[in-house]
Design a protein around this ligand. Structure first.
Ligand code: TXA
Ligand code: MG
Length: 316
């Protein structure tokens, strides 16, 4: 099988919705990364996501909906603070973990009694959700453990032979995944830093949500090896290290040194947007090592540092 690469037209969105309703898999763009979508009410279709990605069975998926109101149908009691967050940040890069309603097949949340849900901020994703008329379970459209795709080409290259269609919506605007926030504890906790910062959340919550420790097991996804290119990633701050043959470098505050692969990103936002593509480029060039400057640890820099540390094989 080879996926049909569809333009983001009304006609292809209708076609993609029909594929999804029939139990097929369609990758689609969001503002964060490309998602691999399946009908969130079909255990069978969702099962195929796990197969295609080689995803560990204990790693739950995010449900995507077109409007905040739809969470009443898939979640149990929703805390008032969670509604406020939805109102403030949706559509957007914030995923809320809530109690799961019976109606949602257990496989979506890997058997947990919670679900993760968000409204993506992308016209194609929203149009697809409206046309399909059901929640779409959608992890990032990469093989498990690999960098998330931020273009339709990334998806085609990696899993194009195993799914029905990919809708091409161009490059993703944010480039790294959504913030996952656990709303089932008294004080909400960040399970995965992402496109919405803790500071922004604190403006609604009235307190700064902490980052859950990995040992607590609240976010199974962060336990598994993640976001790894094939080349070794070496992180640095301050003055750039020496770049040898077969190595590359990415800088943010420092001028790009002379090297066969040397990129200076313009800002933390630009860094996030290009991060996974830089990983893929480094691999395509067969680089042995990529030196990467760590961004300052605030706003989007928190999520960026998280992904960089994981790529380097270190935890927070
Ligand atoms: O930006 C994003 O979030 C993208 C786009 C496509 O929406 N999706 C994405 O999905 O990154 P995925 O499957 O690659 O990551 C989902 C993360 C994982 O770390 C998973 O463990 C966590 O969310 N998660 C999902 N459901 C959960 C639940 N019920 N409880 C705790 N963590 C959950
Ligand atoms: Mg992922």
């Amino acid at each position: 099988m080879s996926a049909r690469l569809l333009p983001p037209s009304d006609e292809s969105i209708r076609g993609a919705a029909a594929i999804l309703r029939a139990g097929g898999l369609v990758a689609f763009p969001t503002e964060t990364v490309y998602g691999l979508g399946a009908d969130g009410f079909s255990a069978k279709a969702v099962g195929r996501i796990f197969e295609v990605k080689g995803r560990p069975a204990d790693n739950p998926l995010i449900l995507h909906v077109a409007e905040a109101g739809e969470i009443s149908g898939i979640a149990g009691v929703v805390p008032r603070e969670a509604w406020k967050l939805a109102e403030r940040f949706w559509p957007g890069a914030l995923t809320l973990v809530l109690r799961r309603a019976e109606k949602v097949p257990a496989i979506v949340s890997a058997g947990r009694d919670t679900i993760a849900v968000r409204v993506p901020d992308h016209p194609v994703a929203l149009a697809l959700l409206r046309a399909t008329e059901r929640p779409l379970a959608a992890p990032s459209a990469n093989k498990s453990g690999r960098p998330s795709p931020t273009s339709a080409k990334h998806v085609m290259d990696e899993i194009g032979d195993r799914i029905e269609a990919v809708i091409d919506g161009g490059d993703c605007r944010i480039g790294i995944e959504s913030t996952v926030l656990d709303c089932t504890t008294e004080r909400f906790q960040i399970l995965r830093p992402g496109g919405v910062s803790a500071d922004a959340l604190s403006e609604v919550l009235g307190y700064l949500p902490g980052l859950a420790s990995e040992e607590q097991g609240a976010s199974p996804g962060t336990r598994h090896e993640h976001y790894r290119p094939s080349c070794a990633i070496h992180l640095f701050t301050g003055f750039p290290p020496e770049v040898r043959r077969g190595e590359g470098i990415v800088t943010l505050t420092q001028p790009a040194p002379k090297a066969e692969f040397s990129v200076r990103v313009a800002s933390p936002e630009d860094y996030a947007r290009r991060l996974y593509d830089l990983f893929r480029e480094a691999d395509a060039l067969g680089l042995e090592r990529l030196h990467m400057e760590r961004p300052p640890y605030h706003d989007l820099g928190v999520a960026l540092n998280d992904r960089l540390l994981r790529a380097a094989g270190r935890s927070r």
